[in-house]
Every structure is written in C-alpha cells, then in structure tokens.
Design a protein. Structure first.
Length: 129
C-alpha cells in the first residue's frame, strides 16, 4: 500500500503559502489621528494617518444606492375587494386594498374561481387526469 504524505493530493504537491502571503499588512500600533485636538487611536490596519471622521468618508455614505425620499400626494381609493368597498387614503399608487386581510380575501377568491374554471396557470389548481 502506498503511503501518502500531507503535502500530496492525487499526485500533485500542495503549494505552501509563502510567509508574506499569510501576514496582513499593519501600519504601527498606538498611532493617533493627525488632526490637532483629535485623540482617536487609529487601527493598526488603517493605512491613513487620520481617523474616519476626519477622512470625510462618512459624508458620502448616504449616497450609496439610497433612494431619494419623494414626496407623494395622498390618493383616496376604494378597496378593490368586492366584499369590502371601504375608502382609504394612501401615498402608494400601486395599493389596491385597504388592508392585508382584504388583499388575502381577494387572492383566495381568485384562486377558488380559477379552480372552478380549471385554469392550470393558478398555483394549487387541481387537474383532471
């Protein structure tokens, strides 16, 4: 039987990482922010000579993919569920129902109606075999 060493795997030698690949670069311990009057201790992994507050990166943090708040007008609508018919106000132009309960009742009514007709596109509809 062939003995396998810990440096071989299916006939290939495992490469051993060199010393510089294992070490994370550090920038010194005990450094303090260079801005006068700021006593923030810097991380050993922070390459900058100032803290994050004085670096200014926090000022642009709000621009990363955040949607701008758009002021929408309130709309008065009637609930689309036939059994309800209540009027409600919303700022969402896609909202059709006054509550989640009415939305679910309307969905259940559509599923039941589709099962009666035998529409195969509705999830959970039974097919005749």
């Amino acid at each position: 039987m062939e003995s396998r060493s810990s440096t071989a795997l299916r006939g290939r030698r495992l490469s051993r990482p060199s010393e510089h690949m294992l070490k994370t670069k550090t920038y010194g311990l005990g450094r303090v922010c260079a801005v006068e009057g700021c006593g923030t201790r810097l991380s050993a992994y922070n390459p900058s000579d100032v803290c994050a507050l004085h670096n200014g990166a926090w000022q642009n943090a709000g621009d990363h993919g955040a949607r701008k708040a758009v002021r929408r007008d309130e709309i008065t609508r009637r609930c689309a569920y036939e059994g309800c018919g209540r009027e409600f106000t919303t700022t969402n132009p896609a909202k059709r129902y006054c509550s989640d309960a009415c939305r679910m009742r309307a969905f259940q009514a559509r599923v039941v109606a589709a099962r009666r007709v035998g529409d195969p596109s509705v999830a959970g509809a039974r097919r005749a075999s």
